[in-house]
Write a protein that binds this ligand. Structure first.
Ligand code: MF3
Ligand code: CO
Ligand code: CO
Length: 309
């Protein structure tokens, strides 16, 4: 399933259509898709894919946006405590962003009414910060996206509020480890499906499920663009090849119970687990380079791989 679509240029760089080149041999198991992967994109990519590949200026724009967004996360970190009011947290995000000349990307995005998403406990994603109070024992995801000089940085962390039960702590731990397993699986010239495979394997080994209704995404001057980055091995979207210059997020949502979600009918945004069990998520913005994935949203004070929650 790795590699280009039937009518796209073959991954081998021959310039022939994939179906006229390596497709048949691959399907018969005669050759494997490139491994180690090619590090340079072929000259003859479809224009829609070539347009996603950033050159030096675009890459630098994304680095600056990612760095700013990470600083915003570090600024918010000490405020993610029991007793914090989510409307107040949203105000802090808004004002810090504006005071630094950046734009909160979610505010007004398809009508979203706030400058960040705050998703507590059984809320999977897209929680609206409307004045709930964080309570001891909660697990709370803060998802921040800012626009700096037209470029987007997007990341999230799940915070443990006070004394959290061992099961929820394990869920947060595995969600964090799954994000980093996904990042480690992303290779220049590799396929998106490798990310979903790594994440699902880890999640299932710990008895957690992986949300399928929401996924990572390409990002740049546009908040959400190609490629879609499913966190499970999706044979369709998974065939997208991560050529150097492509920028995307990985943002696995792991559930303590089943993978199914339900959208709140009243606000049209809040996504909850169908069974009411808890969900945890971490997100980073990543640039694929010739040498491998570059993490654009690493914080100074947040968890790094190997961290124990
Ligand atoms: N930040 C979210 C993501 O990771 C998207 C939030 S869009 C909103 O893609 F409209 F819900 F805010
Ligand atoms: Co995102
Ligand atoms: Co996000």
């Amino acid at each position: 399933m790795d590699g280009p679509g039937r009518n796209d240029p073959c991954w081998c760089g021959s310039g022939k259509k994939y179906k006229k080149c390596h497709l048949v041999a691959e399907a018969a198991g005669a050759v494997a898709p490139p491994s180690p992967p090619r590090s340079a994109a072929p000259a003859s990519l479809p224009a829609s894919i070539a347009a996603l590949l950033l050159g030096p200026e675009g890459r630098e724009g994304m680095r600056v946006a990612g760095r700013f967004n990470a600083r915003l996360m570090d600024f918010m970190r000490p405020h993610m405590v029991a007793g914090a009011n989510t409307a107040h947290l949203d105000r802090l995000v808004h004002d810090y962003t504006r005071d630094h000349g950046a734009i909160p990307a979610t505010l007004g995005y398809h009508g979203f009414p706030a400058s960040c998403c705050i998703s507590r406990n059984e809320v999977v994603c897209h929680g609206i910060p409307t004045g709930e109070v964080l309570l001891d024992g909660d697990i709370v995801n803060l998802d921040l996206t800012s626009i700096v000089d037209g470029w987007h940085g997007d990341q999230s962390e799940t915070f443990l509020i006070g004394d959290v039960d061992a099961g929820s702590r394990a869920l947060v731990q595995v969600a964090f480890d799954a994000l980093h397993a996904g990042i480690a699986a992303a290779r220049p010239g590799g396929a998106v499906i490798e990310i979903g495979r790594a994440i699902s394997k880890l999640a299932h080994a710990h008895g957690f499920s992986v949300v399928r209704d929401y996924q990572g995404h390409g990002i740049g001057r546009v908040f959400h663009q190609e490629p879609g980055v499913p966190h499970f091995p999706d044979p369709e979207l998974g065939s997208f090849v991560l050529w150097p210059g492509v920028c995307f997020t990985i943002e696995p949502m792991l559930n303590a119970g089943g993978y199914k979600t339900r959208l709140d009918k009243h606000d049209g945004w809040t996504v909850r687990t169908e069974d009411g069990k808890r969900s945890a998520q971490f997100e980073h913005t990543i640039l694929m380079t010739e040498r491998g994935p570059e993490l654009l949203t690493q914080t100074e004070h947040g968890p790094v791989p190997g961290h124990r929650f």
